[in-house]
Design a protein around this ligand. Structure first.
Ligand SMILES: [Zn+2]
Length: 264
């Protein structure tokens, strides 16, 4: 049974620490943008770093790698990118990352960056009652998605649709606590979505108590995240009204909403 520890760090990041077997000290850190909070979490739970897993090259996902490697000379798994020279084991779409007691499927999700990977943990026969867990970096966010820094709209929408097609109970562990701002934007796009307005209320209460809104689920995202709903008439209509012209494809709807959010 996989245990996931949440490490809130930097301004709005979460680093996820994965402990594959309860009671055993080996743990893997996902996207350490800073070393100290990871060291503190390892110490607190009496864990030992066994590997580092990276979704993409941005500094807030990678700046802690060197200091962690100075303490723990462990493998670094991640995309084949010259911008992450510390990666020792490169991965690409369709690969399976086989670690002792931990198996992650690798999904390429370009758009936020071109080198962006997501990792999917699926239950095996011993853990069949556990839902899948998705570690998706800055591609899909709770209630939103990452900024499109490097990719094209078609490409980023295809990445998001790939994630949206995962089983509905899949838990979504993204890398930032952006949920409240994302949902405040989402209700501008889709004010008549009851599931969305209810989610916004719930998230407002959670954030008033300074608690984490993660993980989300694919089911919740499909019902309330405008970037997974670009094929629906309500989203298309809102995007068209916002830009004042007709849109002819889901990708153009996605691009219009992404720009709208960037300017909001
Ligand atoms: Zn990023």
């Amino acid at each position: 049974m996989l245990t996931v520890y949440s490490i809130p760090a930097l301004e709005s990041n979460y680093f996820w620490l994965l402990q594959p077997v309860p009671g055993e000290p080996d743990a893997y850190i996902l996207d350490p943008g800073d070393a100290q909070p990871v060291m503190d979490c390892l110490h607190q739970h009496q864990l030992r770093l066994a590997g580092i897993i990276i979704t993409h090259h941005h500094w807030d996902h990678t700046d802690g790698i060197d200091e962690l490697l100075a303490h723990f000379p462990v493998p670094v798994y991640g995309p084949d990118s010259r911008r992450i020279p510390q990666v020792t084991h490169t991965l690409q779409d369709g690969d399976t990352l086989e670690l002792p007691s931990l198996r992650l499927e690798v999904l390429a999700v370009p758009g936020h960056t071109l080198d962006h990977l997501a990792y999917l943990y699926t239950a095996n026969q011993h853990t069949a009652s556990q839902p899948a867990k998705l570690f998706c970096g800055d591609s899909l966010f709770a209630g939103g998605c990452g900024r499109m820094f490097e990719g094209q709209p078609e490409q980023m929408l295809a990445s998001l649709n790939k994630l949206a097609a995962l089983p509905e109970d899949t838990l979504v562990y993204c890398s930032h606590e952006y949920t409240l701002a994302n949902l405040q934007f989402a209700v501008q796009v889709e004010p008549d979505n009851k599931a969305l307005t209810e989610r916004l209320q719930t998230v407002q209460q959670i954030r008033q108590q300074h608690l984490s809104t993660l993980p989300s689920t694919i089911a919740i995202e499909r019902r309330t995240n405008p970037f997974l709903r670009c094929h629906l008439p309500a989203i298309k209509g809102a995007a068209e009204q916002h830009i004042g012209s007709k849109l002819t494809s889901d990708a153009s709807v996605f691009a219009a909403i992404r720009r709208w959010k960037d300017q909001a």
